[in-house]
Design a protein around this ligand. Structure first.
Ligand code: C2E
Ligand code: CA
Ligand code: CA
Ligand code: CA
Length: 279
């Protein structure tokens, strides 16, 4: 503990105060956002090598009362810091599972998977596993169609605990995807210990792969590694036809990016899947 007697003084800096004000008002707004039903899930299609839709990733959006439609980059970090992410993450899981159950009743969508991003604080909640199982049971969704996306830092924070949680959920059929792969610091030996199903190649490598030889080598290495470990691999941030071609020739099997579709509201996605299903 710090010594109580030795007070240190720092000079007031108006820019610091502005930052504090901004983050407390964001937190206040966030606190009410759930009750006011300001969040919405957008869905971005994931396609296979033929360009056919095999699932979606759920991505949260916030209809901020003043700022309008706001992406997670503007609030997820703050939600993590304040702990509000636990309630928000709970809502995301409920909403995604409800939607998954609805898709189960339709031939065009019954095989879709939904990938849901789970943050560190949410995953480490004491009751994360039973809560999720309760949400799933309540929704009636097929657990085999649900994938949780976690990052390396989340998985490796406490490997033993991570493996226990993942194993409990995998027994119910839930899948696991390692997000932003290649940007973290994981020792590859952990990869084989974690009961993963999929790696997602971070979009930074996809963005650079046609221009920067190292990026292409990293993509190739990830695809091979995934193949050798028996994991699916999805490339994120595919924006150009040439990237898609290059990824396919490397043996990558799943793709996500603006080339295929942006994240979109449910109604827009429903329009797309109907078109696809039409003869
Ligand atoms: P992420 O999981 O890596 O999600 C992919 C991000 O890339 C999304 O940004 C998506 O809109 C964007 N993206 C997709 N295709 C392309 C493309 O072709 N080019 C480019 N430049 N970008 C593309 P978004 O929706 O802003 O989400 C940002 C991050 O926020 C996500 O990164 C994820 O880490 C986090 N996030 C999103 N939804 C949730 C959530 O429900 N819970 C938690 N805990 N985090 C979430
Ligand atoms: Ca993700
Ligand atoms: Ca990602
Ligand atoms: Ca990311």
């Amino acid at each position: 503990a710090k010594s109580a007697g030795g007070a240190t003084f720092r000079f007031f800096d108006p820019s610091m105060q502005a930052a504090v004000d901004a983050s407390t008002s964001l937190e206040t707004d966030l606190r009410f956002a759930l009750a006011r039903r300001e969040f919405e899930l957008y869905y971005q299609p994931v396609v296979n090598a033929m360009g056919l839709m095999v699932g979606v990733e759920a991505l949260i959006r916030w209809h901020h009362p003043k700022q309008g439609l706001t992406g997670p980059g503007a609030f997820i970090a703050q939600a993590e810091k304040s702990g509000l992410i636990v309630g928000i993450g709970d809502w995301v899981l409920q909403e995604a599972c409800r939607q998954l159950a609805r898709w189960g009743g339709d031939a065009a969508t019954e095989h879709f998977t939904i990938a849901v991003n789970v943050s560190a604080r949410q995953f480490r909640q004491e009751d994360f596993v039973p809560r999720l199982l309760e949400i799933l049971a309540h929704s009636g969704a097929d657990p085999r169609r649900l994938k949780l996306e976690l990052t390396e830092s989340v998985l490796l924070a406490d490997v033993e605990d991570t493996i226990a949680r993942m194993t409990a959920l995998k027994e119910q059929g839930i899948g696991f995807s390692l997000d932003d792969f290649g940007t973290g610091y994981s020792s590859l030996s952990y990869l084989q210990r974690l009961p993963l199903d999929q790696l997602k190649i971070d979009q930074s490598f996809v963005r650079d792969m046609l221009r920067v030889p190292h990026a292409a080598s990293i993509v190739q290495a990830i695809v091979h590694l995934a193949g050798n470990l028996g994991l699916h691999v999805v490339a994120e941030g595919v924006e150009e036809e040439a990237q898609w071609d290059a990824l396919r020739s490397l043996g990558c099997g799943g793709f996500q990016g603006y080339l295929f579709a942006r994240p979109m509201a449910l109604a827009e996605l429903a329009g797309m899947t109907e078109e696809e299903a039409a003869p």
